[in-house]
Design a protein around this ligand. Structure first.
Ligand code: 8YV
Length: 340
């Protein structure tokens, strides 16, 4: 679809005319379809000169949960009407700034819930049973020299979930099948949840063998898993994070592991991806994954379809199909909206 001249307004119910800006890399198949169907330009880096000249041409931006559209980029796009995310998280985008200008923001909820929850449970089992360490043990030839050390039983354990939203619930359902006892912490209790509510994250951690982080990223949850929370989890406790690296105080986590104040951690996300703290890399009590929770053929294809459907709907009607929740989970530890 080739679109006409940029319009100054993107009133819901009307078709905004203009170009689409691709911010960051996308799944190759999604990028190919996008460029075949729409008038799309990929934002070059550095972006300033390009945006100064061409910024007004764009009525929609498409990006990923990890890259997002920041405040500076938004400011250079005066006719923008929508930010379309490939991903459920949108903490990398200046959503408040977008809202203030009436710019719509969409994400791809639900379609990735199963894969992210599967990954959380897989990572939990992997770190508690030391499966990746055991794999390395066999490959090194150490098995011929002795037995692999004992690990920790998973079934029946007490699991605390930070952020009982779509993904947190899917993790809980799966772990119920392992006979685990589930408790959770959100800013406020979820009315229809059959699990015990802890009114502080520290008390949740103190009563858990494993803490699973499934809360939205952003300012409101930054550093929520603090040294005090890790200490409450204790030297026999495990941490699993499939949400955002920013939710955990990464330096405190490294110290806790190094000082034997935590039994292990399985991390799919980091504060400064793709950089992983060097101290974690040599540790057998840590599982490090490259932010892959939603990265299956099936789920990424479904996310791509949903992103394209949102873009198409916006360009034809001025609306989106799956707008992000309003108000966004934000300032005061609102972990009820869940991530990824
Ligand atoms: C995305 C994610 O797959 O959806 C999210 O919030 O973090 C991941 O599932 C990834 O950011 C897409 O590039």
């Amino acid at each position: 679809m080739t679109l006409a001249q940029p319009s100054q307004t993107t009133t819901p119910g009307t078709s905004p005319a203009g170009r689409v800006l691709q911010v960051g890399p996308l799944l190759p198949s999604l990028e190919a379809e996008l460029h075949a169907r729409f008038d799309v330009v990929r934002l070059p880096r550095p972006a300033e000169r390009f945006l100064a000249v061409s910024g007004p041409e764009f009525v929609a931006a498409i990006t990923t949960a990890r890259v997002g559209v920041d405040a500076n980029t938004l400011a250079a796009l005066p006719n923008l009407g929508a930010v379309i995310h490939f991903g459920v998280g949108y903490d990398a985008t200046d959503v408040a700034g977008a809202r203030a200008r009436g710019i719509l923001v969409s994400n791809t909820p639900d379609v990735l819930t199963d894969c992210v929850a599967d990954t959380a449970v897989g990572a939990l089992i992997t770190v508690m049973r030391r499966l990746t360490a055991a794999d390395r043990f066999v490959r090194r030839g150490d098995w011929a020299r002795g037995e692999f050390p004992l690990s920790t039983k998973v079934s029946g354990k007490r699991v605390g979930i930070l952020g009982l939203g779509r993904i947190g619930r899917a993790v809980a359902r799966r772990l119920e099948g392992f006979g685990c006892t589930i408790a959770y912490h959100n800013r406020s209790p979820v009315t229809d949840a059959p699990y015990a509510y802890a009114n502080s994250l520290e008390s949740l951690a103190a009563g858990s063998d494993v803490l699973v982080v499934a809360a939205a990223g952003g300012a409101g949850t930054r550093g929520l898993v603090s040294q005090a929370v890790l200490d409450a989890l204790g030297p026999a406790g495990f941490l699993v994070n499939v949400a955002r690296g920013s939710v955990v105080d990464e330096r405190a986590l490294v110290r806790a592991l190094e000082e034997g104040r935590l039994a292990g951690a399985a991390l799919d996300v980091f504060a400064d991806e793709p950089h992983v703290p060097a101290e974690l890399l040599g540790r057998d009590d840590v599982v490090v994954l490259p932010h892959l929770a939603s990265a299956t053929h099936e789920t990424r294809a479904a996310m791509g379809r949903m992103a394209l459907d949102n873009l198409e709907r916006f360009l034809s009607t001025g609306e989106v199909l799956t707008p992000v929740p309003h108000p966004a989970p934000a300032s005061t530890h609102d972990t009820t909206e869940v991530v990824l």
